[in-house]
Design a protein around this ligand. Structure first.
Ligand code: CU
Length: 268
């Protein structure tokens, strides 16, 4: 056994012994996604493992952060403020931002983080992340492609998904469907304290034994039955056109966050 093989075996054993897959997710989190009144929405941008409540990771300065409203793009890089995020088990560099929503319609927020070097895998990860907020109940483009290098187009209203129902998305790379890509699925499994920039050490719900995944079909689409209410994230891995950063492999992923609630139909 070469040294490299021995190291790989040791790493594999260490990974297996934790019993839980550690899926990375770039959070672009705000508590309210359907606004009735004009007001400020506050975002927390955190890179971590939200379902396992694992360690949080240092974010570099994002490459881009903007919002698209009725086809109009507004740069929000100037609104980013560095913060320290207190995860359940460690602290990491993160960002926050605030945006004033006035008009009715859909607001698509996009974060292009700096590539993150994942030492254990010797790869860079860049999760291009979307979150869609609605004001006034008027839909104006939640399902429109935004022209990102890679993105998940929601095929159901992402801010109004019901637990027990399904959510479908279509994965695009440079505007074209991407078949056969693995998309990891998680929910935020902690309390989030917006004022304290902290997530709870205690998990709220179950952690599946292995990563929950869906594979995109020939049209780049996937469907997932939402088991319970909460904030759910989809991360389609390596779907972007860029595959190298600073001489190392880059996994350029597409992330979309949706909000699922319980619908009481009043029936027995
Ligand atoms: Cu990790």
């Amino acid at each position: 056994m070469t040294l490299k093989t021995a190291l790989l075996t040791a790493t594999a054993a260490a990974t297996l012994s934790t019993g839980v897959a550690q899926a990375h997710f770039q959070l672009l989190y705000t508590p309210e996604v359907m606004l009735e009144q004009p007001g400020n929405i506050n975002f927390k941008l955190v890179f971590g493992h939200p379902m396992e409540n694992g360690h949080v990771m240092d974010m570099g300065e994002p490459e881009d952060f903007f919002v698209i409203f009725k086809g109009e793009k507004t740069d929000l890089m100037g609104s980013l403020k560095p913060i320290t995020w207190k995860g359940g088990h460690n602290e990491a560099k993160a960002y926050e931002a605030s945006y004033k929503v006035r008009r009715n319609g859909d607001y698509s927020f996009v974060l292009v983080p700096a590539p993150y070097y994942e030492e254990s895998e010797d790869v860079y990860i860049q999760q291009i992340t979307k979150a869609i907020i609605n004001k006034g109940g008027m839909p104006t483009g939640w399902n429109k492609p935004l022209g990102l290098k890679t993105e998940i187009i929601p095929l159901n209203k992402p801010y109004q998904v019901y637990a027990g129902g399904t959510f479908s998305g279509q994965l695009l790379r440079d505007g074209k469907p991407v078949p056969g890509v693995e998309c990891e699925i998680e929910y935020i499994n902690t309390e989030i304290d917006m004022a304290a920039n902290a997530s709870s050490a205690e998990s709220k719900g179950d952690v599946p034994a292995t990563a929950v995944v869906a594979i995109t079909d020939a049209d780049g689409e996937f469907t997932f039955g939402i088991p319970g209410p909460g904030v759910w994230g989809f991360a389609c891995l390596g779907s972007g056109p860029d595959n190298e950063h600073e001489g190392k492999e880059l996994s350029q992923d597409a992330v979309l966050w949706i909000n699922a609630s319980t619908l009481n139909t009043g029936q027995d």
